[in-house]
Design a protein around this ligand. Structure first.
Ligand code: C5P
Length: 233
């Protein structure tokens, strides 16, 4: 990553209230690598909402999963780049031309931003792919898409914990792997089907861990973060 992150923990703030998101970010600053804000937050609070949290001096992962024709993606990224997020993502399924356009746009307008590709959403399985006429396993498709993202020059991918090892082997050590579905030992799985502990994911080769509810729903979020950071030392 071009930007320096304090540690691998990216906290997913899936909160509906701007105030709650702000207060939580304020509490966690200085203890986490970045805050992830997604479409729900952006749709409601817009660029101003992002800037408000960024002004706390916390790197932002702007999780908008952009996916459109190359020119539209280019224009979208040109607009978003004024926010200078630490991480921005596009869907690898948009194809090589789209990823290339996205990369050109971000390199010109916000070179510090790391452009990351979402491979296959973890909500999709082999049957879903088959229903779409895609006759290849999720695993093989993730592998192909990660290699394509790397070839195009993107900084890394978001993938499930099950794919960390495979992506690391095929894309090498400088390619960043961001992994959601992380659960500290003993915490609730919530709606995540396949989970892994922070330590297991780091050992397999993840660079960044996206963790939401175990931290945001904790009675003491700061202490939970400290415990997670200690668990991966
Ligand atoms: O609360 P939890 O730790 O499950 O939150 C994980 C975050 O990562 C959420 O913001 C979720 O949308 C996101 N995510 C995910 N699985 C993916 C991609 C993103 O859980 N494949």
């Amino acid at each position: 990553m071009n930007q320096v992150f304090l540690n691998p923990i990216i906290v997913a703030i899936d909160k509906n209230s701007e105030n709650e998101a702000y207060e939580l970010s304020k509490e966690l600053r200085g203890h986490i690598g970045a805050i992830k804000l997604g479409l729900e937050y952006f749709d409601t609070y817009g660029p101003e909402g992002i800037i408000k949290i960024q002004n706390l001096d916390i790197p932002i992962f702007l999780d908008l999963k952009i996916h459109d024709i190359p020119q539209t993606v280019k224009k979208t990224i040109n607009t978003l780049s004024s926010l200078k997020p630490a991480i921005l993502n596009v869907h690898a399924l948009g194809g090589k031309k789209m990823m290339k356009c996205a990369l050109e746009a971000i390199s010109q307008s916000s070179p510090e931003t790391n452009l990351i590709a979402v491979t296959i959403l973890t909500s999709l399985d082999n049957d879903d792919l088959s229903m779409m006429g895609i006759d290849i396993s999720v695993k093989n498709l993730v592998s192909n898409l990660a290699k394509l993202a790397k070839e195009t020059g993107l900084s890394g991918v978001v993938c499930s914990s099950e794919e960390i090892q495979m992506v690391r082997e095929s894309c090498g050590k400088n390619f960043k792997i961001i992994v959601p579905g992380i659960r500290p030992k003993g915490s609730d799985k919530d709606d995540q089907k396949r989970v892994m502990t922070p330590k297991e994911a780091i050992i397999l080769g993840a660079d960044h861990l996206v963790i939401g509810r175990p931290i945001t729903d904790s009675k003491d979020p700061k202490n939970t973060v400290i415990e997670i950071v200690n668990s991966i030392k």
